[in-house]
Design a protein around this ligand. Structure first.
Ligand code: ATP
Ligand code: MG
Length: 444
């Protein structure tokens, strides 16, 4: 397979070369091209210093001048152009504390994490592959450039990156690299939550989220998600299950779309089972209250990992209701939609299906048929445009004021009463009928 550079990348490289500098496409874009995958972005590495890069292009952004990175805009797309460098210790996602610029491409490739990420390419020289990166791509292997213990010692995040790339590419981690992770896993504690979150999400939303199991075995989850270790160690002796909580979670992850909220909710849906476990006289396990307790644990965990509030709220709603099983009538489903929020229902059905597929075969068909029917009723309610929240009511606060009410808690109560009636009997949701009902309520 050959690397095909986009026109804009070639323009940048050729402009630099015309001034006597070396320049190459490097890292992820070369790796993905050789794999026949579409690169997400194209990074360029050059012998030119940042100031020289800035002078050569009309439109640039100082992305990380201190670390040698200038973004060059070509046709409204940004390309990161970074000066060849040797790294000191890393302080955040991409920026080592101190860098030394070098004129030597090989020095720059040597600082990169894995052989498959340490290749460079331009059309004059072709592929520069000093560490058998192309061989490792063919073999499907993640292997450190140089001594794995040293490389993970410099930047502990690389251990989690190894698992992330193994999940995204379906590759195995080379023996010595794997051993080094197992030895140095506790060092991940030195890495910021933001950097961990970024790699965790790439792993979790990959084609192989089951790599979470390797993260556990190698001792990495123990550092950033010890709750997952408890899940891996918690049995589920009852007819619905055939795996530990952790293994069940992994199978569920493999059965849900790779979307951030869905994968996070699935990862944490049973996070409270280890603390809610009880055993009855027959030796069967029960996990009463785990969705509620799970919601509060998940909130803490996601805050600790520095997720944004919107993500936390959505994930927590799905965890809170993942075990909800209303009886199947439109009336009861309307009430469920009111409690859960109509916007969360589709995601909830996905979580429920994945959860079921991670359980034993006991009554599986019935469980899946139940979810289908639940979803069918939900769709029917949407189609009929029925009211499930206060804001869907045919009357509002202004109407109550027109009826002589003062704004305040009492007004909220009257609207709540109207909603109660409409949830039971959707045909009541007309302005005329609700105004009449409101009047009765007010005069009570
Ligand atoms: P993606 O396609 O997910 O962006 P990528 O390989 O481009 O994957 P980035 O995190 O964007 O990954 O990093 C770009 C390149 O920088 C990598 O290919 C690698 O060569 C180098 N690199 C990034 N992070 C590190 C690190 N922590 N240690 C060493 N090299 C790194
Ligand atoms: Mg990248």
């Amino acid at each position: 397979m050959k690397v095909k550079l986009p026109k804009q990348v070639n323009q940048i490289i050729q402009t630099l070369q015309a001034k006597g500098y070396d320049a190459y496409a490097v890292g992820g874009c070369v790796r993905d091209s050789l794999l026949g995958r579409e690169p997400k972005d194209w990074d360029i590495t050059t012998s030119a210093r940042p100031q020289a890069v800035k002078e050569l292009f009309s439109h640039t952004i100082d992305t990380g001048i201190r670390h040698g990175t200038v973004t060059v805009m070509q046709d409204h797309v940004g390309y990161e152009v970074t000066t060849y460098r040797i790294d000191g210790e890393y302080e955040d996602a991409r920026h080592p504390k101190e860098v030394i610029f070098t004129g030597n491409l090989l020095e720059d490739l040597k600082r990169r994490d894995f052989t498959i990420n340490a290749m460079a390419y331009n059309e004059t020289t072709g592929l520069v592959d000093a560490f058998e990166g192309e061989e490792d791509l063919k073999r499907g292997v993640i292997r450190c450039v140089g001594n794995p213990h040293e490389r993970f010692g410099e930047d502990a995040l690389r251990m989690l990156r190894a698992l992330r790339f193994s999940a995204q590419l379906g590759f195995v981690i080379h023996g010595a690299t794997r051993e080094a992770i197992s030895d140095l896993a506790p060092n991940l504690a030195k890495v910021s939550a933001e950097r961990i979150q970024m790699e965790l999400m790439k792993l979790l939303t990959s084609d192989n989220p089951g790599v979470m199991g390797d993260a556990y075995e190698l001792g990495l989850t123990k550092v950033f998600l010890p709750e997952f270790d408890r899940m891996m160690e918690t049995p589920q002796n009852n007819k619905h299950h055939m795996y530990t909580v952790g293994e069940h979670t992994i199978v569920a992850l493999q059965n849900i779309r790779p979307e951030k909220t869905l994968r996070l909710a699935t990862l944490l849906h049973d996070v409270a089972k280890p603390v809610c476990i009880t055993t009855d006289e027959e030796g069967q396990n029960h996990f009463k209250g785990h969705p509620e307790e799970g919601e509060s644990m998940a909130r803490q965990i996601l805050r600790r990992l520095k997720f944004d509030n919107d993500t936390i709220d959505r994930v927590c709603i799905l965890i809170r209701w993942h075990d909800e099983r209303p009886s199947l009538s439109e009336r009861v489903v309307r009430r469920a939609m009111n409690r859960i929020g109509a916007d969360h229902m589709e995601a909830l059905f996905a979580v429920k299906r994945a959860d079921t597929l991670g359980q034993s075969l006991y009554e599986r068909d019935r469980k899946l048929a139940y979810i289908d029917e639940f979803e069918g009723l939900y769709r029917e309610i949407l189609k009929k445009n029925q009211c499930v929240t206060k804001k869907d009511l045919a009357v509002n606060g202004r109407d109550m004021i027109a009826l002589g009410m003062q704004p305040g808690p009492r007004m909220g109560e009257v609207l709540d009463r109207l909603l109660e009636k409409v949830l039971d009997a959707p045909e009541l949701n007309t302005r005329e009928q609700l105004l009449a009902l409101a009047e009765q309520e007010i005069n009570k």
